[in-house]
Ligand binder design. Structure first.
Ligand code: ATP
Length: 242
């Protein structure tokens, strides 16, 4: 896999919220078909990185290229259409809309109706609860059910790169297990995954490689299996000085 050119390259990326430097000249790359975890303590900058890649935040400096093209100036819609989907922290479903309507919104950049119908069937097979709750307002679902719908909605854009922000947050262990089993299946079928996850063990088990962020900088990077046994990961995660 080391010979494969990166699908996504982040170069010297700096992102600020007024005076707060959330990301400080970070660089990383993700190859086609790879699963990469981003781990780090609260406030390390993980969500900011996903939001910047999605085009929701403009960087102060640096570049992001996807499939060989800079997307730094691209709109969120263009980035989604290009194949990058973002399943945000806190799910952000449209609570008053039905589960089905939320799924359809996930496919709003597509015009291949037959393939969209097939993808609805596919996500309903992955998560049968989605078919059961199809006509129900998304806001009435439990946290775990909403997380499944949020992941399904992200998949409805048929992404090449799927970014997930804390999919296990506020979700019961059994549902987390189901979600991670489906993510592993997607990885096997070739989807590239960038995962932000507070459960380090779970994140490293799914991933090929990982980056550890600490106050807006990359503190550590490497193969996931090596990092799983590296005590520095837990120090960085807990914000402990070495
Ligand atoms: P968490 O797991 O708590 O979401 P994170 O690693 O995703 O943490 P970010 O949410 O990206 O971290 O935050 C990075 C830094 O930017 C933090 O210092 C945070 O306080 C700050 N920050 C995030 N969003 C904003 C905002 N909208 N306005 C001002 N500062 C912000």
């Amino acid at each position: 896999m080391t010979d494969t050119p990166p699908l996504l390259t982040v170069r010297d990326l700096t992102v600020k919220y007024d005076a707060v430097v959330a990301l400080d000249a970070i660089s990383l790359g993700i190859r086609q078909g790879e699963s990469v975890a981003l781990i780090g303590a609260n406030g390390a900058g993980k969500s900011t990185l996903l939001r910047t890649i999605s085009g929701l935040i403009r960087p102060a400096s640096g570049d992001i290229s996807y499939n060989g093209q800079s997307i730094r100036q691209s709109s969120p819609q263009a980035i989604l259409r290009g194949g990058i989907a973002h399943c945000p922290e806190g799910r952000r479903l449209f609570g008053a809309l039905t589960v089905e309507e939320n799924l359809r919104l996930g496919a709003c950049t597509r015009d291949d109706a037959a393939a969209v119908r097939r993808d609805v069937e596919r996500v309903e097979e992955m998560f049968p609860i989605i078919a059961e709750r199809r006509k129900q307002a998304a806001g009435t679902l439990s946290g775990g059910e909403q997380q499944m719908v949020a992941l399904a909605r992200a998949m409805m854009s048929s992404p090449r790169l799927l970014m997930l922000d804390e999919p296990s947050l506020g979700v019961a262990p059994l549902v987390t297990k189901l979600i991670f089993a489906q993510l592993a299946e997607m990885k096997r079928s070739g989807t590239t995954i960038l995962l932000v996850e507070q459960n380090v063990k779970l994140a490293l088990a799914l991933s090929d490689r990982a980056y550890v962020l600490r106050t807006g900088r990359i503190a550590l990077e490497g193969e996931a299996h090596a990092l799983a046994d590296d005590p520095r990961v837990f120090h960085a995660y807990l914000g402990v000085n070495e």
